[in-house]
Design a protein around this ligand. Structure first.
Ligand code: SF4
Ligand code: SF4
Length: 304
C-alpha cells in the first residue's frame, strides 16, 4: 500500500465516471456492444451516522454497520466508525433500456435482462475497482456485497433480507427514498442499480434532502399513484407493500423465458420500475423542487 493520499469527493466521482467511460466491462454484450451504463449519482455517508443503528432495528440485527463489516475483513486497520466513509453510487438505466421494458407485460425485455446480468457484472467490477483504487493510494477499503460472509437471511418483517443492503446504503448516502414497491426513488428515478464501498477515508457526508424515508413516493406523499401495483404481472405489489416472495418466484420463472426467447442465461423483471411516474425522476413535485433548490429538511425522524 502506498502512502495515504487525500481523497476528495471529486476524486471518487471521477474514478467512477472514468470507469464507466473506459471499462471493457461496461457492455450489454449485444451485437453492437452497447454500453450498459452512461451515468452515475454518487453519495457519501459517515460510518458513525446513527442511521446504521436504526437499520439494525428496522431491517434486522443481522444488517451490518460499516464498522462491523470493515473490521471483520480488515481487522489490522482497527478503524473507529468515525474514521470510515461509505461511498454509494446509483447507475441509472439508460432511456433505451427503460423504453424497451416499458413495452413488456409479463417478462423483461432483452435489454433489461442483459443489464440485470451484464450490467450487474460491471457493477461488481466497479465495486472492485473503487476498493482497489483506494487501496492503491493508501486507504483500506472493502465492498460489503463482495465479502465472503455476505448472506441473505430470513426476516420476519421482510420475508428475507441481507447482511448489507445497497438500497439502504444509498438512502443513508442521501441518494433516494423508498417507494411502495420497495425500490429506491432517486433523482434519476427508480430504474437503476446500486453499489457501495466502505473505506477508511474522511469525506463530508452527503446531506439527506428528505425528512421521511418515503418522501419521494406519490403514494406515501399524498395518497395518489399506485401505478406500480398495476405494472406488476404477478400482483406482488399492493397498497400494503411488496410481497418479496411472489416477486422472487416470478424472477425465477423469468430464467426459462429469457433463455428460450433471447438465447442467453439471464433473468429479470423490473416492470414496476418503468412506465410509472418515478421511472426516471422524483415524481413528488415539492420534494423535487426542494432538491433542485438545494433545500434540506429539519433533522429526519427515525425510520418507522
Ligand atoms: S409508481 Fe407511484 S406508488 Fe409506485 S413507487 Fe412510484 S410513485 Fe410510488
Ligand atoms: S420486479 Fe416484477 S415481480 Fe417484482 S414487484 Fe416488480 S413488477 Fe412485480
Amino acid at each position: 500500500m502506498e502512502k495515504s493520499a487525500n481523497i476528495s469527493v471529486d476524486w471518487i466521482k471521477g474514478l467512477i465516471r472514468n470507469f464507466i467511460t473506459t471499462s471493457p466491462y461496461n457492455t450489454m454484450r449485444n451485437e453492437t456492444e452497447e454500453p450498459a451504463w452512461d451515468d452515475a449519482l454518487v453519495g457519501f455517508a459517515s460510518g458513525a451516522d446513527p442511521i446504521w443503528q436504526q437499520y439494525k432495528e428496522y431491517v434486522g440485527a443481522f444488517h451490518w454497520t460499516p464498522w462491523e463489516v470493515f473490521n471483520q475483513h480488515r481487522p489490522e486497520e482497527s478503524a473507529g466508525s468515525e474514521e470510515l466513509t461509505v461511498v454509494s453510487w446509483v447507475l441509472p438505466q439508460r432511456e433505451v433500456v427503460r423504453k424497451a421494458n416499458r413495452r413488456t407485460k409479463k417478462y423483461p425485455s432483452e435489454e433489461w435482462a442483459r443489464i440485470r446480468v451484464y450490467g450487474e457484472e460491471f457493477n461488481v467490477a466497479l465495486r472492485r475497482h473503487v476498493a482497489k483504487s483506494l487501496e492503491k493510494v493508501g486507504h483500506a477499503a472493502i465492498a460489503p456485497m463482495l465479502v465472503s460472509n455476505w448472506t441473505i437471511v430470513s426476516s420476519e418483517r421482510f420475508s428475507y433480507a441481507s447482511s448489507w443492503s445497497e438500497r439502504h446504503t444509498a438512502h443513508a448516502a442521501g441518494l433516494g427514498t423508498f417507494g411502495l414497491c420497495d425500490g429506491l426513488i432517486t433523482a434519476k428515478g427508480k430504474a437503476m442499480r446500486v453499489g457501495s464501498v466502505v473505506a477508511k477515508i474522511s469525506i463530508e457526508p452527503t446531506p439527506r434532502p428528505y425528512a421521511d424515508h418515503r418522501a419521494y413516493c406519490l403514494f406515501f406523499a399524498n395518497g395518489t399513484c399506485g401505478k406500480c401495483i398495476d405494472r406488476c404481472p404477478v400482483r406482488a405489489i399492493t397498497e400494503t407493500g411488496h410481497d418479496k416472495m411472489k416477486c422472487r418466484q416470478h424472477l425465477a420463472r423469468s430464467r426459462e423465458y429469457v433463455k428460450k426467447t433471447y438465447k442467453f442465461e439471464g433473468y429479470g423483471c423490473g416492470l414496476c420500475q418503468v412506465g410509472v411516474p418515478c421511472e426516471a425522476g422524483i415524481p413528488v413535485k415539492a420534494a423535487r423542487e426542494a432538491l433542485e433548490r438545494g433545500e434540506l429538511p429539519p433533522t429526519p425522524p427515525p425510520l418507522a
